[in-house]
Each structure stands twice: as C-alpha cells, then as structure tokens.
Design a protein around this ligand. Sequence first.
Ligand code: Q9C
Ligand code: ZN
Length: 797
Amino acid sequence: MCVAVRDSCAPLLLCHGLSWPDSLDCDRFPADEDMCLASLSKEYKHIHKELPKPICQTCPAVEEFFTQKRVLDVFCANNFAVKVKLSKKRTVSGDQAYNIECQVEFINQAMASGTALIYDDEMTSYKLLWDDPECDIEVPERLLSSYEQLKHYHLVERCIHVPVREGTEEEIMLVHSSEYLEVVKSTQTMNEEELQRVSENYDAVYFHPNTYRCAKLAVGATLQLVDSVMSGKVHNGMALVRPPGHHSQRNAANGFCVFNNVAIAAQYAKRRYGLQRILIVDWDVHHGQGIQYVFEEDPSVLYFSWHRYEHQQFWPLLRESDYDAVGQGKGKGFNLNVPWNKVGMGNSDYLAAFFHVLLPVAFEFVPELILVSSGYDSGIGDPEGQMNATPECFAHLTHFLMQLANGRLCAVLEGGYHLKSLSESVCMTVKTLLRDPLPPISGEMAPCLSAIESIQNVRGAHKPYWKCLMYEEATPLHDLSTKSQQMMEAELIQTSTHPTAEQAVGTTKSDEAIKTDRFLESHMKKILFPVPPVKTAAAIVSKADAHLLPVSVQVEMEMNAQELKTFVSAFDAELVKEEKALVCLQNVLAVLDKILKKKVCNGIAESSVASVSTTFALKHCFDFGLQRVLCIVVGDMDLELDLDDGRILLMNICQKQQTEKINSKYYISLNWKEDAERNNFFCAVLGFILPVAYSYQPDLMIIVIGPNRSLGVNGISLLTCLLQGLAESRILVVIQDTEIKLVQSVAKALSGVSTPDFGAYAPASQENVLEIKRLRDQLQQEWKMLRCSVRDWISGS
Ligand code: Q9C
Ligand code: ZN
C-alpha cells in the first residue's frame, strides 16, 4: 500500500519542490492488509457529486505509526484524492486474492489550474453570402480575432485544450423538433437562392452550406465543455463557438442562432449527470428568449438575462422580455429578466444587477452547475448593444459566478460584434477563469436611475419566490423615468426623416468603432498589470502547522533583528515589549510588505496582538503611498484610528450594538447575529459589504478577525472570496486567536486552490435584514452601489 502510494505521489510532490517523507517509506503493510487510507466512497461513480476527500482511517495506536498517520493527515489536508482499485487475481495455488492498485491524485493542482478552452477554426467556415444589413455583423472574424487575442496574452497555452465534436441528432432533439432539424440539415446542399429563401422564413438569420456542420460543432463543443467540467477534468472553461444559440427555438432559427447550444447543454447535464439545479446566466445584450421558452416551466433551471429592452422597442420586441415574466407553473420564480430601458448601461449598472438581483437569488438557489450565455454585445463599442461596460467588467462578473456551484462554470460564446471589444472581453473572462487577480473596475461606481428602476422592478416581481427578497418593500414601478421620452423618440423615428443624432454630428458607425478601438488599446494597457509570482503568503505562529496549509501557500520565515528594524522604529518597538508580541507584529508586517512590493497577491498572518498589528500595518500602507485601505474588523476590537481623511474605511462586524460610536461615511458598524448552523451572511455580503467596497475602490484590504466574533468560518470565507475582485486581490487577513480551521479555510479562499465551503444557505433574520436596510438608508448617498430602489435614488439626489 505505502509503496503504491509513494509511486504515484512522489512525482507530484517533487513538482512542488517537496520530497517524499522518509517516515512513509515502509513496506510494513503488505497490499492485502490493513490499509492506512480509506478508499474513495461510492459516490465517485456519480461524478456530479463532490469529489470525495480522502479520510485517514483510524489506524491501530501503534506508537511508531503515529508519525505516519500524521503525514497522511497532511495529504488529506492538502486535498490528495486516493483512489483504490481492488481486482481479483488467482494465485498459483488457485486461491482467490486481491490486487490493490492505489493511485493518489493531487486535486489541488489538477483542478485549480484546470480551465478548458474549446475552439476549432472549422466554425469560421460559414458566412453571409448576400447583402443583408441585418446580418452582416455576424462574421467569422469574431472567432478568429478572439482566439488571436487569447494567444497574444498567452492564455491559450495556459488552458487545457479540449477538442470539439459534432452534437448528435439525439442531443439536438433535447431542445429542437425533428422537423426543424431536417430543415437545417437540408440547407447543406442548397444553392444561394435556396439558402436565401430558407433564411427569409426566420427573423435575422442567414444560412450557408456549412452552417449545419458548424451548428452541430457548436452544440458538440458546448457538450464537450460540460463533460470536461462535470467529470472533474477541469474546474471551468470557455467554448468559442459559432453560430450562437440563445435565440433559437424548438422550431425556429432566430437572431443568427441555429441550435440552442446552452439550452441543449442544460438538458444534457440534467440527463447525463442527474443535476437538479442549473443556473444559466445570459449576459448577452439581447434577451435569450429561446432559453426562456425552453425552461419557463422548469424549476430545475434558473434563467437570468439582462437585455436592451427600451420599453419593448428593441429587438426581439417581445412583451415577455420584461421583468414581470417570472416563469410559469412550477417554474414561477425561476426566470429573471432585467430589461434595460436605456442604452449606455455600464460597469456599475451591471454590478448593481449582480449585487441586488442575480447573486442573492443564485446563492439561495445553490446551483450545481453554471452555464453562461456569454455574449459580449453588452460591452462597450458594440453596434447592437450601445452599452458601455469595459472588458474588465466581465472579469468581475465571471469572478462572482465562480464562487457558486463549487466553481463549475461553462462559458459559451453568444453575441459580440465589435471585434476588439469582443476579444478583449473574452480574454478577461478566460484570464479570470484561470484565477489571475482581477484588474480594478473602472468608472464611477454609481448605477443610473433607469438601471435602479429596472432592478427595483425585478426585485418586486420576484419577492414572492425568494427568501432573500422577502422583506423587500419596494413594489414594481409603472411610471419609469425613461418612458415618456422613449415614446416620443419612437414616434419621431417613425414619422420623420430627420437624420438621427448620430449622423447629425457627422459620424458614421465605423468612426464610432475606430474610436472604441483606440480607447480600448490604451485602456487595456492601463488596467492590466503583472501578476505577482506567488498568490498567497502565510505567517503563522506555530510553524509546525505549516503543512496543514495548501501546498501552494508560501510560508513566511521569521525575520532577523535587522530586518525587523526596517519595519518597526525604536519608538514603536517600545510599545510591543513582549517578545511574543514582537514576533506577531513581524508576522503581519512581513506578509504586508510582500503584498505591497507585489511579491505576493495576498496573505494571512496570525497575531496575538491583532489590534496593534493592524494599526502598524495601516501606517505602513500609507508610508508606502496607498490612498485607500478598506479595513474590515470582525469581532470586538478597538482601533485608535484617524478616520477623517478617507484613507481608511473601517467596517466593524460585531455582535453588540456600538453605542458610543456613530456611523459615518468612513466608520460603519454592522451588528450581525450569526445563524448557529448555517450561513446567513450571504445577504449582508452581497447587499451591503460588496456594494460599499466597490463604491470605495480600495487599493488594499485588511480583514481582522478579533475575539468574540459573530461570524463563523463559513461567513469569513465567503467574505474573503467575494472581496478578491477588488484591489488586485491584495488582501491581508490578520487572525488574532490561532484557530487552525479558520486559518486553513482563509488560506484556501485566498490561494484559490478550491472554493472553500460556505456552509448551507440560511436566509437572514428579519432583525438582520432591518439592520442592513437601516445602514443602506444611512449610507446610500455616500456609497452609491447600495442603491437598489428608486426611493434610495430620490432621497440621495
Ligand atoms: N432590425 C445575438 O447576439 N438584430 N444575436 C435584428 C432588427 C438581430 C443578435 C435587428 C440581432 C441578433 C446572438
Ligand atoms: Zn446578442
């Protein structure tokens, strides 16, 4: 047994610079005797279930064995999965015996770096053959330029290439009728005239002799991605496909879409892997009405779409794209539409829709798999969408979704017609899937009135179906700020031949496109930054516990007296006389210094003097030139800080009411009562902490875990994971009381080796909800991302 473990494990350890521990070099346990490791549980057969963690069996209490058990514990703590296969064999004497094959897999690395990329240039082999201004934006270059840009950023070589295949007829018929399939099939052999005639039967569609082949590849590529993710081969991935899918319906092609790739994938995942809850996020700028129709009555698929709507004046011009289409029958509550009634929506509007609509519902839904209808016509410069979201916005959206479904995310290309905007946004998505730190999101963080109206309306419409919206007071609005103007404009366009505003100032569409090209060229240079060589550093009090952290975490050694001097002045050293306290201060400053010098992204430090350490750390940040530090204190701790100049935003999450201090723009006290068993912190993080943090846009974050905390390990992990989109992931977590479980979980969250367990969802109590409401009322003027109803907007303007 041990020999077998060693043979498969030692090479993996070596890759991480660790040698095989001598204590495990034994052949005391022959293959058919006591196994020192438990075999995989039966669930492994159903790969959709959690990959099992190895558990050491309680071995006999042999003195000598103890050290070995400890080493094995280390493997378990580091996510080695041990597969044990038993096979019967016959011995010479004819008795039955068992052969034990043992294989150890290092889940950490095998999974964390696993991002699949699916692309095949055969999907560029069809195009529009005649003049049609409605369809001429859907070109093969959409795929070519996206893939080129991925190569340019060296992202292709970091992904796992998965080949495409054709979707089978059976798979296509999970969503489409056989009659429709036959129609599409028949276009293979048609001449141009016939193709044009078939195309006219549908809205905004063109066929080419290769369309059928490519449409089958697009379906197959999507299913290959689902299989890669569900089998555990990769954690997540992206499929670059043409034709897109989300508009196509049981009996119809529509809006450049032939087969509904994502809808087929959801049906396939339900069948093949027995999934009970799938989330589809459609961030394409058009309403994926095709997906809505397929799952309208199906509570096992939650469909979210935002889309340019303009009071039904925008294509596909459907009444059922509005916020009040919540689903039907058993599927009521499982269709979320956010209609945008104005063009020009940008980063803060999209984030607001995530914070106040999608994410609270999604965390309550607890999906097992996420499919993203990943269209980028919602990005800046797109001629269809006319929106303003910059490429890094998609990094943030991706990052949030990666915290759900254990990170199982499949992004499948839909629209996107400005080639540069499309390819930069694709790259930001893939880079984020690969777990690189995110560029800070640009622009003022304040959603516009029209966006808030839409958000209020969806929240109101879905209040009956989701506990996270249970206490929502706002009801759907009927008089929307955009309505009268919208109607006037619509009338004008119909009745007059006046040139539109765009043409009046003498610009053409392609001038606009070139402007966006130039903007993006310089914008990407501004926001991209070199990724530090190490993700996470840890300085812990008991170095003997270092082996309990994920292998990729860099454990800090103690500083010598000279090094310490550079951090702590003689005067300051006076304040921390105790030897032990000084060591703790070292811990914190050593990690912080590495973060500031960009040697690591983030880190964790244990300190018995957390309050003093934090004060020093903040001072060190400002000496270094930082402008804004978000400091979140969990538990009871008094920090003597100057909070007037806005360089620090201090948020205290505590159990008891802080009566002596009153909330101000830069001091926020959040009273929180924890749920004993489950995690009720979702609504606080999504509806309050994230919006404030995104409004503040810190350069660095310090999370301090003090005594008497009212947040469990799960809540703290959730907070740490979700905040990582900010400040280039520069987070320092200071932990006062050594608690290995907490340290492990935070290390996991920071290093991103796997999604830590956030615990079971619990709705917040009315008391907790009221606290958030009170704070939102108080602070939404200062921190505008908090706004989610028009009442907020009016009282704040
Ligand atoms: N005058 C996707 O983005 N535009 N499809 C029709 C009517 C069709 C978009 C304009 C846009 C289809 C996948
Ligand atoms: Zn679209």
